[in-house]
Design a binder for this molecule. Structure first.
Ligand SMILES: Cc1cc2nc3c(=O)[nH]c(=O)nc-3n(C[C@H](O)[C@H](O)[C@H](O)COP(=O)(O)OP(=O)(O)OC[C@H]3O[C@@H](n4cnc5c(N)ncnc54)[C@H](O)[C@@H]3O)c2cc1C
Ligand code: FES
Length: 276
């Protein structure tokens, strides 16, 4: 279901080496900024990169991590001259790949391929953008908020996290996002879909953009269907290649199976099949 209206910037065809220029802990996450001198300066929010930590990849123990891993960029700063960019990535340590990437330090090489996939489509005239991020799903929401701001659009941003450690990611946002946590340690004790419902019931003339864990995305999809509000959802799936070759990332849609890496990762919510 490739749709040419969905924004994307094409990737140079080969894996290249960027240099880590900043690496730090941000609450429960790792933040790395990589200088990609060769790639495009304008990846589209929602697009992603396949990353591998140079020499710190594979080889020991059980050989994992062997394949590169998929990550949304969280922020882009074009380099002077119009070519290349500093790309920020927000990482959650869930396994060997994210752990090794999180161990990178300034000066280390970062192998990357991208930008890949399709990003968020701008809201139609008359509809305000309402951005929703859950956990590490805050990453593509951040660069989408940055881009809308650069165009003079102030979006409403709602973020949900497990607790204070993860909610540190909210500090990266320029405005004042509404933060919910599961334990009430920061912001409101609520699921992020609660303020989303309130926002939509008060003013349904919105387009919702969401990224987060599967149950959150399913709740957003169902809520937007109930209130007849268009939504774009950035999905995650296990990815082996990232460019359409392996069919390892397929999801069911109303048009049949789609590959998250090339047909998404952003999909219109009304094309996705409801989860039980
Ligand atoms: C388009 C896209 C954008 C992403 N953006 C980010 C991001 O900005 N920051 C971030 O931290 N992570 C992001 N991810 C998830 C990230 O790719 C996985 O967490 C990573 O591949 C895990 O690798 P690992 O070796 O650390 O752990 P593994 O041992 O490979 O996996 C650890 C656990 O996570 C599960 N898992 C692995 N990959 C995925 C996946 N893609 N989706 C759902 N579950 C998975 C596994 O089943 C396992 O249970 C993104 C994934 C996709 C597809
Ligand atoms: S990751 Fe290989 S087809 Fe999508």
């Amino acid at each position: 279901m490739t749709d040419d209206r969905r924004p994307r910037t094409l990737a140079p065809p080969e894996r290249r080496i960027a240099e880590v220029v900043e690496a730090r802990r941000l609450g429960a996450y790792d933040l790395i900024v990589a200088r990609d001198a060769i790639g495009p300066a304008n990846p589209r929010p929602g697009q992603f990169y396949m990353l591998a930590a140079g020499e710190r990849w594979g080889a020991d123990g059980d050989g994992r991590p062997y394949l590169p891993r998929a990550f949304s960029f969280a922020r882009v700063r074009p380099l002077p001259g119009g070519q290349g960019a500093d790309l920020s990535f927000l990482l959650e340590d869930v396994g060997p790949g994210t752990r090794r990437l999180g161990e990178l330090a300034a000066g280390d090489p970062l192998a990357l391929l991208g930008p890949l996939g399709h990003g968020f489509a701008p809201p139609p005239e008359g509809r305000r953008p309402l951005l929703v991020g859950g956990g590490i799903g805050a990453a593509p929401v951040l660069c989408w908020d940055d881009e809308l701001r650069a165009e003079g659009v102030e979006a409403t941003v709602l973020l949900g996290f497990r607790g204070a450690g993860h909610a540190a990611a909210a500090d990266l946002f320029v405005g004042a996002p509404e933060v919910c946590t599961d334990d009430g340690s920061v912001g409101r004790r609520a699921l992020v879909t609660e303020p989303l419902r309130a926002e939509l019931e008060a003013d349904p003339a919105a387009t919702v953009y969401a990224c987060g864990p599967e149950p959150m995305l399913e709740a957003v999809r169902a809520l937007c269907a109930e209130l007849d509000v268009p939504a774009e959802l950035a999905l995650e799936a296990g990815m082996a290649c990232g460019y359409g070759a392996c069919f390892g990332c397929v999801v069911p849609t109303v048009d049949g199976y789609a590959r998250v890496c090339v047909d998404g990762p952003v999909f219109p919510a009304d094309r996705l099949v409801a989860h039980a």
